[in-house]
Ligand binder design. Structure first.
Ligand SMILES: [Zn+2]
Ligand SMILES: [Zn+2]
Length: 150
């Protein structure tokens, strides 16, 4: 992913469209998200931003992340864990979730994407997208477990 220039223009366009001011704090939170390349938690974003903006409060970070997700810049990841994570990847993709370290890996699949939404799911309301969650143990955790057994 290339650095700030084009990504910041995405942020400024989204804020402008919603009539919201582009502040230094919002820019910093956004840059931290872009640098994370994954599915950071609120705490991870806060810890990162705090290094550059020591005065920022966790509450401000949380509210900024909520704002960004309302603007469609990030997607809150609903997972079974109690930690709220945000997905920086807003394009259609699926997840491999490690049940040991709870890391989330993105993947795309040409065989899943054409799947029809089951009628049973449609009965709950309006469908906005389909995301598959594959659960398992990631390679790092497998390797760790194997070396412990030896
Ligand atoms: Zn793992
Ligand atoms: Zn993702």
């Amino acid at each position: 992913m290339d650095t700030s220039g084009s990504e910041l223009s995405v942020l400024s366009a989204a804020l402008k469209g919603a009539g919201i001011r582009m502040t230094h704090q919002r820019i910093e939170v956004f840059s931290e998200l872009q640098a994370s390349h994954g599915h950071p938690s609120v705490t991870e974003i806060y810890e990162g931003v705090r290094k550059r903006l020591p005065s920022i409060s966790p509450d401000t970070v949380y509210r900024t992340l909520r704002l960004f997700s309302e603007l469609g810049l990030i997607i809150p990841h609903s997972s079974t864990s109690s930690v709220t994570r945000f997905d920086v990847n807003v394009h259609e993709h699926h997840h491999f979730v490690c049940t040991r370290c709870s890391r989330i890996f993105d993947f795309t699949s040409s065989s899943i994407d054409p799947l029809e939404v089951p009628r049973e799911a449609e009965s709950f309301g309006e469908v906005q997208g389909v995301q598959l969650e594959v659960r398992g143990i990631c390679r790092d955790c497998l390797r760790r477990e194997r070396t412990q057994e030896e």
